[in-house]
Design a protein around this ligand. Structure first.
Ligand code: NDP
Length: 501
């Protein structure tokens, strides 16, 4: 059993602050064993107000710190993250249940990439404005970029430290201060991250952390001193949060869920398409927002695709989460386990889809010591129809649905027939045709002959109900700034209609 982590308290003014009694607490649970890891003290209203006040008092000095100096701090934080990758990845594995083979190669490192990217961007003019010679020699327009102020970031539970870094890096780079609420299911990373930022030289109060569930998030969103809300989570919660924030005319970025389509084109290399579909459904036990859970396969090659897929399913390896060969973990919580298994049951009993692999029942290969964890059998339903619930709703677990099609136009139209538009992708040998199809797909993140890679340079965000705005890339920095335009008249006379006749 791993040693228990020390209790977590609201972080503001540069340090953790125990809540005044009576404080309420909750536990963070290790999903591989169902054992508690840590006691978290819910931030009461007084602590939420203290965190916002702390961010507000740090704002002026931080926003006036030259971008090159801010960049140095972010770079130092990235260096510390890389140096502590193994220790931080261990925490993320304990908290999320995702194997160490994933957390040690993706979560912290991709977060550090984003810090370095924005440090580089702001140190090299990424926050510069424009100079527009309106009437050359006599009038010009200057634009300048300014921080928004105190911002709130609210995270989901699947990639906790990565989400925290993808939000905090551009937020702080742009000169804002932040109050961050991690998901109550996976909050452990937040204190480690706050310590790293502090060690890198981030002044006290620039990053603050509050703990708790939806009520704590809602209190942040409602506060009049919060200028922007960056949210990652479900569409339904996103609607509530965006409604509350935009009702008060706050900026919002919404990174929400999806039900993305992966289209295998008739000329695709079937083995490669299967590899892509496996990554798009079973990586992180299917708990990735951009999962390609609706897999469209030409009827003519469906049998070949399925045979290859069944072969590859044997390479899913549950096990000790710290063993290097383990590539599959439990889902993140009991609540989520019940939801995912409920969908599998619905698929079998109500949608009556054909189970190609997995289904209900106990997953084989789980070590005895981890039997109480939230393990779900990786499941493939085939011969699915568009109207099935398992095809229409986001499951956010290891459940693939295969749908066959006759013409590519039909596949595109069916792929777009959803209220979500987070991601989409195609597999095919003819790159021109792949580009043509991607051009027709209604999604903000698209891939050709690969799935899931999301580098710092690539702006990502959903279309339709899957989100508002983007994270990462140059556009991701814009989302944390506001514009000022100044017209300068240099002609020596003020244009007026009120001159003497
Ligand atoms: P939820 O929407 O349940 O929760 C997200 C966050 O919002 C949590 O911190 C939650 O608190 C908080 N919250 C809940 N209610 C409110 C409220 N009224 N006001 C403010 N905050 C609130 O999402 P999950 O955590 O279940 O995350 C899974 C979802 O996230 C999936 O749909 C997935 O697709 C999506 N996602 C999207 C990504 C993207 O980039 N597009 C990336 C990763 C995930 P609490 O601590 O109680 O949960």
């Amino acid at each position: 059993m791993p040693p228990r982590e020390q209790d977590r308290h609201t972080i503001h003014s540069g340090a953790p602050h125990p809540s005044p009694p009576p404080s309420t607490t909750f536990q963070s649970i290790d999903p591989s064993t169902a054992l508690p890891l840590c006691t978290i003290h819910t931030s009461p209203q007084s602590s939420i107000l203290a965190a916002i006040a702390s961010a507000k008092s740090a704002l002026s000095a931080w926003s006036l710190t030259p971008p090159s100096a801010r960049a140095r701090i972010l770079r130092r934080a990235a260096t510390l993250l890389r140096a502590r990758n193994a220790a931080l990845a261990r925490i993320e594995t304990l908290d999320t249940g995702r194997p160490f083979s994933e957390t040690s190669t993706v979560d912290i490192l991709s977060g550090a990439d984003v810090l370095e990217y924005y440090a580089g961007l702001i140190a090299s003019g990424g926050l510069d404005g424009e100079n527009i010679p309106l009437r050359p020699g006599s009038a010009a327009v200057h634009t300048s970029k300014h921080p928004l102020g105190v911002c709130a970031a609210i995270g989901a539970w699947n990639y906790p430290i990565q989400i925290a870094l993808w939000k905090s890096a551009p937020c702080l780079a742009a000169g804002n201060t932040l109050v961050y609420k991690p998901s109550e299911f996976t909050p452990l990373h937040a204190e480690y991250l706050a310590d790293i930022y502090a060690e890198a030289g981030l002044p006290a109060g620039v990053l603050n952390v509050v703990y708790g569930g939806g009520a704590v998030g809602a209190a942040l969103v409602a506060h009049r001193d919060v200028a922007k809300v960056s949210f990652t989570g479900q569409i339904s919660t996103g609607r509530t949060v965006a409604g509350a924030a935009s009702g008060a005319l706050k900026s919002v970025t919404m990174e929400l869920g999806g039900k993305s389509a992966l289209i295998v084109l008739p000329d695709a290399d079937v083995a490669q398409a299967v590899d892509g579909a496996m990554m798009a459904n079973f990586y992180s036990s299917g708990q990735v927002c951009t999962n390609g859970t609706r897999v469209f396969v030409p009827a003519a090659i469906k049998a070949e695709f399925e045979a290859c897929l069944v072969e590859r399913m044997r390479f899913i390896r549950p096990g000790d989460l710290f063993a290097p060969e383990t590539n599959y973990g439990p889902v993140s919580s009991k609540t989520h386990y019940d939801k995912v298994v409920g969908y599998i049951r619905w698929g079998v009993e109500r949608d009556k889809a054909r189970v190609l692999c997995g289904g209900l029942g106990r997953l084989e290969g789980v070590p005895l010591a981890l039997r109480d964890g939230y393990w779900v059998r990786p499941t493939v339903f085939t011969d699915c129809r568009d109207e099935m619930r398992i095809v229409r709703e986001e499951i956010f677990g290891p459940v693939m649905t295969i749908l066959s099609y006759e013409t590519v136009e039909e596949a595109v139209s069916r792929a777009n027939d959803t209220e979500t538009g987070l991601a989409a992708g195609v597999f095919g040998r003819d790159l021109n045709e792949c580009q043509r199809i991607v051009g027709l797909l209604e999604a903000g993140i698209t891939w050709i002959n690969t799935w899931g890679e999301s580098p710092a340079e690539m702006a990502v965000g959903g279309w339709k109900q899957s989100g508002l705005g983007v994270e990462n890339g140059r556009k991701g920095l814009e989302a944390w700034t506001r514009n000022k335009s100044t017209l300068v008249e240099m002609g020596g006379t003020v244009p007026t209609v009120f001159a003497k006749l």
